[in-house]
Design a protein around this ligand. Structure first.
Ligand code: CP
Length: 307
């Protein structure tokens, strides 16, 4: 039963519950008209303390396409946050006005605090370098669409694996499926955090390897999940400039990949996928972004308990 529940961590929902969301997202995607009024009279609040294009717009589009309405801010200084209001007070008040809230915050754990004080479901729309569970729902839904299953798969994750919260959430969520292998491609300075290695991969006996060169591992991948180097999480600009172009996926490198290896990216892209790759039928990142809207429609419909 997903009604009334918050989504803070990708493991908050069981794999069966995720399937419920994916099944509904599938139905909505194939027949959006039928679902266009199911959230009539409901309100989503989007509290974005950090910039966003896809997550905020897809949440807002999702609620509008379900017949509901949206309130919120994309610039916290336009709200009473600028006067020093705490997250707990903000959420207590917002939960008087809305039925569900999506929150993005630079501080890790902020949406979890919000959920503790909220009377309505809180959705973590990204907290610092920590987790991004609705991106993970989008990624899993997309992988399931292109491969028909989330099991028996080798996933390459490439780029900034240290600060990239989407990668942390994806590894966590995929660790529950059978025969999943990870190939983690990054410079030494941007490797997956130790806690993901120890508490997720090692603990669950997930097969993984680490690599520095994308070319060395391309041929074994079923999915390549590219990420940008997260400029906003670096402590000094010199390091960012040195590392920002560590990986650039281009048409030449795509020749090394399987014919059915799909390329995903949570976006925004900066320089890590050359524009020429967009024409390759295996480039799936814009379709993935569209899937994010259907998944968020299904998620909120479930949380609100509407039919
Ligand atoms: N994928 C993603 O979170 O994109 P935005 O930062 O634009 O929301």
């Amino acid at each position: 039963m997903l009604k009334g529940r918050s989504l803070i961590d990708p493991m908050d929902f069981s794999t069966e519950e995720l399937d419920e969301i994916f099944d509904l997202a599938h139905l909505i995607k194939n027949n959006p008209e039928e679902y266009s009024q199911i959230c009539k009279g409901r309100i989503l609040a989007t509290l974005f303390y950090e910039p966003s294009t896809r997550t905020r717009f897809s949440f807002e589009a999702a609620m509008l396409r379900l017949g509901g309405n949206v309130i919120g801010f994309s610039e916290p200084n336009s709200s009473s946050v600028s006067k020093g209001e705490s997250i707990s007070d903000t959420i207590r008040v917002v939960s008087c006005y809305a039925d569900v809230v999506a929150m993005r915050h630079p501080k890790e754990g902020a949406p979890k605090i919000a959920a503790m004080y909220s009377d309505i479901p809180v959705i973590n729309a990204g907290d610092g370098g920590h987790q991004h569970p609705t991106q993970t729902l989008t990624d899993l839904f997309t992988i399931k669409l292109v491969r028909k299953s989330l099991s028996n798969i080798t996933i390459g994750v490439c780029g900034d694996l240290k600060f990239g919260r989407t990668v942390h959430s994806l590894i966590k969520a995929m660790s529950r499926y059978e025969n999943v292998k990870f190939v983690m491609i990054s410079p030494k300075e941007l490797k997956v955090p130790e806690y993901i290695i120890n508490e997720v991969l090692e603990k669950n006996n997930i097969q993984y390897e680490e690599a520095e060169k994308l070319e060395d591992v391309m041929e074994k991948l079923d999915i390549l999940y590219m990420t940008r180097v997260q400029k906003e999480r670096f402590f000094n600009e010199e390091d960012y400039i040195r590392l920002k172009d560590s990986y650039i996926l281009d048409a030449e490198k795509m020749k090394l990949a399987k014919k059915d290896m799909f390329v995903l990216h949570p976006l925004p892209r900066v320089n890590e996928i050359a524009y020429e790759v967009d024409d390759d039928p295996r480039a799936y990142y814009f379709k993935q972004a569209k899937n994010g809207m259907y998944v968020r429609m299904a998620l909120m419909a479930k949380q609100l308990g509407v039919r």
